[in-house]
Design a protein around this ligand. Structure first.
Ligand SMILES: [Cu+2]
Length: 84
């Protein structure tokens, strides 16, 4: 599994973050997604397909914000069992 990070622009409140997390989890290929509002970062554990990255950026844009893909790395092994 891969972990991607995105810079989140324009979404600063709790309901924005919760919406992104809840709807993002329903996107095919996404294992887990969460928002760190302190840093304005979206974290996503996913299947590693670039198509999934594109789906997230498009979905975030569709609900009125912007997600700039920063990069991806292998998900830390301990996170695979805990979901974070
Ligand atoms: Cu908001």
């Amino acid at each position: 599994m891969k972990r991607a990070t995105f810079e989140l622009v324009g979404a600063t409140c709790t309901s924005c973050s919760i919406g992104i997390e809840h709807m993002g989890r329903r996107i095919k290929g996404v294992e887990e997604i969460w928002v760190d509002r302190q840093t304005g970062t979206i974290y996503m554990d996913f299947d590693g397909n670039s198509a999934t990255v594109d789906k997230i950026t498009q979905f975030v844009q569709a609900i009125g914000y912007q997600a700039n893909f920063l990069g991806m790395e292998d998900t830390p092994a301990e996170a695979v069992t805990t979901g974070r």
